[in-house]
Ligand binder design. Structure first.
Ligand SMILES: Nc1nc2c(ncn2[C@@H]2O[C@H](COP(=O)(O)OP(=O)(O)O)[C@@H](O)[C@H]2O)c(=O)[nH]1
Ligand SMILES: [Mg+2]
Length: 453
């Protein structure tokens, strides 16, 4: 839950994340029928959001000021901006719209994605003459959100839309309403569960005595712990007097400089998707691929390949008579073999996975027909029948060779059908399963890291 501004190599971090998102998407596409519809939609929405955010580049850091009516979001927004922002042509802020301030970069694509109206965008050009303090904010995209507790449902909808898109949430709380249940149960708990990078400021502290300010800060800290935000420190500030704003600015500068917050937000999103999926996975169970060769041999035998091999062996020893001719596979047998395979391939997995593997593999009728066609077209070896004196000397070796060659040709024909229709689809679904499982494991690793920290 804590926000750690560890500088990383942004390019490789982004590439790794992009790769993870892509793998999750393909896993979802392969196995989406194994995932309950509600979870599936949410995971796909998360994947879309991650892809879009990564495409926009993670060098900029989107920080959203969120909180209740009168908590001081707009005042804090202006206080962080200072006075040097270009305000010409900017519409007066209203409580219904999102305003954005951007430090030193062109973030228009990002602001388009966030849905910030052009007349609500402020740009702070940063040049050599700026002091270090200001320069250190380059890359910051600060958003002033509507009130989450607004009576206007449109405002709440805007807040709910933007919160998942922000890289860092800056929760602004006031001493009167800091314990407000709507804030904690509807927002902070969710942000904590989804591991969204967050900061919390207790605003309006100029209206409290120092003792009272600390008492409230401590109580708020306690409530945050209940929400699950054990590592997020409460920063007491006053947007009005400027008290402790330097500390907040330094925190924001750290977030921007690390260039990892956006990446961390995407990561948190992915971990969240993994958690959504974990119900559709069986912890600690690795799907195993049944022995494909066993299936091939069983189907070949059922289709009469082994019988034909025996008669080929007999003929090579001089026995009279035709080779066992009819190579037929009954639909019922093919279906039974397939379902045994599906059972073995999904052993230990939730039942929905059995259906997915069953759907992905060819049905009995299809298999039987395709196998018979391949057997009919197979390059069967010529088995010469020795006669006269030769028959006397025909050795066991020739019989074994004839048997082996016939079995090889027959099984190869069955394999031509079984590999693409049964084995490969099963392998792909297993891969999808493992990719999803890996995501939920990653979360476990992260949680363990936090406990050790
Ligand atoms: N005393 C004091 N008043 C504040 C502070 N921050 C905001 N206000 C006042 O609280 C009221 C609501 O602030 P506003 O920024 O509009 O809150 P918002 O609804 O969260 O955007 C305004 O009258 C502000 O002047 C602060 O830190 N101390
Ligand atoms: Mg406001």
């Amino acid at each position: 839950m804590s926000v750690q501004f560890v500088p990383l190599e942004p390019a490789s971090e982004t590439a790794a994340l992009r790769d993870r998102v892509a793998r999750l998407r393909s896993a979802m596409e392969w196995a989406s029928d194994a995932i309950p519809a509600g979870v599936r939609d949410e995971v796909f929405a998360t994947i879309d959001r991650c892809e879009e955010r990564l495409a926009l580049g993670v060098d900029n850091t989107v920080v959203a000021l969120a909180g209740g009516t009168g908590s001081g979001k707009s005042t804090l927004f202006n206080a962080i901006l200072g006075r040097e922002f270009a305000v010409s042509g900017v519409a007066r802020p209203t409580t219904s719209d999102v305003s954005a301030a951007v430090w030193g970069v062109d973030a228009s694509a990002l602001l388009d994605w966030l849905g910030v109206a052009p007349q609500r965008r402020l740009a702070r050009v940063i040049d050599e003459l700026d002091d270090e303090d200001e320069k250190s904010l380059a890359g910051l995209v600060l958003l002033d959100l509507p009130d989450h507790d607004s009576v206007n449902p449109d405002n709440r909808a805007t807040v709910d839309r933007i919160i998942p898109m922000a890289d860092l949430l800056l929760w602004v709380v006031d001493p009167q309403k800091y314990a407000d249940n709507a804030l904690h149960s509807a927002y902070l708990e969710a942000a904590s569960q989804q591991q969204r990078p967050s900061l919390v400021v207790l605003n309006h502290v100029d209206r409290l005595s120092t003792e009272d300010a600390w008492a409230v800060a401590r109580d708020l800290q306690r409530l945050l712990a209940v929400d699950g935000m054990t590592q997020v420190p409460v920063m007491p500030i006053s947007a009005k007097t400027g008290q402790s704003l330097d500390i907040l600015r330094a925190e924001l500068a750290g977030a921007v400089a690390g260039k990892t917050v956006a990446a961390e937000a995407v990561r948190a999103d992915l971990v969240y998707a993994g958690r959504l999926l974990s119900g559709a996975l069986a912890r600690g169970t690795e799907p195993t691929l049944p022995d494909a060769e066993e299936l091939v041999q069983a189907l070949a035998a059922a289709a009469g390949v082994d019988a034909r091999a025996e008669s080929a062996a007999a003929r090579a020893k001089g026995a009279a008579g035709e080779l066992a001719g009819s190579l037929r596979l009954s639909v019922a047998t093919a279906e039974r073999e397939r379902l045994d395979w599906v059972d073995a391939a999904t052993d230990g997995l939730p039942p929905t996975w059995r259906r997915v593997v069953a759907d992905a593999t060819g049905e009995g009728a299809e298999l039987a027909e395709a196998i018979q066609a391949e057997l009919a077209a197979a390059p069967w070896p010529d088995i010469e029948r020795p006669t006269g004196i030769k028959a006397l000397f025909a050795r066991a070796g020739a019989a074994a060779r004839a048997r082996r060659r016939t079995l090889d040709v027959g099984r190869a024909a069955v394999r031509l059908v079984v590999m693409p229709q049964v084995v490969e689809p099963t392998e792909t679904i297993h891969q999808a399963y493992r990719a999803m499982d890996e995501l939920t494991r990653l979360e476990a690793v992260q949680a363990a890291d936090e406990e050790n920290a």
